[in-house]
Design a protein. Structure first.
Length: 250
C-alpha cells in the first residue's frame, strides 16, 4: 500500500525519529529521496520513493497501529527509566514508532492508548481538542463538600480545573468513589484537584479516554481498538487537526 505524505511524517511513522527531530535531520542534509537531498515539507510516496538517512534505506512506514493498555500502578509511562523500573512498553508488543497518548503517573492505573500515529497522538492530547478523560478516585474526606467545590471550579497554581462531570458513590469504611471527568491532561491534575478540595486519594484509575473505555480489561493486559473506537478516534482527530492532502489517514 502506498501513501502520500510529508517526508518528516514518513520518517516519524517509520520510527526513525520524532517529527521534530526528523525535520532537523532533513535540514542538516542527511536525508535523500531517490538520490536527491530532501527538503523539509516535501511530499513523498511511501513504498515507491526511496528514502535514505545517512545513506541507509528507510523502510516503508508501518500501518497505523493502536493498543489499549490497562496500565497498573507502579509502572512508568515512558520509553525507558533511569531507575530501571518497569514501563508501559514492557507490557505491550514491540512496535516500531509506538508512542503513548496522554501520560499516566507512576501510581495511577487505568486506560492508556498507544499508537504509531504521531499526528493522532498530538490531536488527542492537545488542549484545544477537549478530549474527555474520566477518572475514579478512591478517597476519604468530606466528599459532599468536595463535589460541590469541584462543580463550581477549582483554581490550581497552573490554572483552573473545570470538570465537565463530578459525582461520588459511597463504598465502605467511610470511603467514596469520586468520579470526575476533565478535558485536560495537566501533570497530576486529578490528584492535585483532590488535594485542593480536601480529599485524600487512596487509589486513582482512569476509566475512559475519549471514546475508549477501560471496561473489564485486566491490569497489565492490552487489546486492539474496536472498529467503532477507531472510527470515533478518526473523527476526533479530524475535528482538531484539519485534513492535509499530504498527510496520511489516521
Amino acid at each position: 500500500m502506498t501513501e502520500t505524505m510529508r517526508i518528516q511524517r514518513a520518517l516519524a511513522r517509520a520510527g526513525v525519529a520524532s517529527r521534530r527531530h526528523s525535520e532537523d535531520l532533513i535540514a542538516a542534509g542527511r536525508v535523500t529521496v531517490n538520490g536527491r537531498v530532501a527538503e523539509v515539507g516535501q511530499s513523498v510516496v511511501t513504498g515507491t520513493d526511496e528514502i535514505r538517512v545517512d545513506g541507509k534505506v528507510v523502510q516503508a512506514p508501518v500501518e497505523s497501529e493502536w493498543i489499549v493498555l490497562h496500565k497498573p500502578a507502579g509502572v512508568m509511562t515512558t520509553r525507558s527509566d533511569p531507575q530501571r523500573r518497569k514501563t508501559v512498553f514492557d507490557l505491550v508488543k514491540d512496535v516500531r514508532g509506538l508512542t503513548y497518548v496522554g501520560r499516566l503517573d507512576y501510581m495511577t492505573e487505568g486506560v492508556l492508548l498507544l499508537t504509531t500515529d504521531g499526528k493522532a497522538a498530538h490531536a488527542l492530547t492537545h488542549p484545544s481538542g477537549g478530549v474527555e478523560r474520566t477518572y475514579i478516585a478512591i478517597v476519604s474526606g468530606d466528599v459532599d463538600s468536595a463535589v460541590r467545590q469541584a462543580r463550581r471550579g477549582v483554581e490550581l497554581p497552573d490554572g483552573p480545573v473545570r470538570a465537565s462531570e463530578v459525582h461520588s458513590t459511597p463504598i465502605k469504611n467511610g470511603r467514596h468513589e469520586f468520579h470526575v471527568t476533565i478535558t485536560e491532561g495537566r501533570k497530576r491534575e486529578v490528584r492535585r484537584l483532590c488535594t485542593a478540595i480536601g480529599l485524600e486519594v487512596e487509589r486513582l484509575i482512569r476509566t475512559k479516554y475519549g471514546p475508549v473505555e477501560l471496561g473489564k480489561l485486566p491490569a497489565g493486559k492490552s487489546r486492539a481498538l474496536t472498529e467503532v473506537e477507531h472510527i470515533q478516534i478518526k473523527k476526533l482527530v479530524k475535528s482538531v487537526i484539519p485534513s492535509d492532502p499530504l498527510s496520511s489517514r489516521a
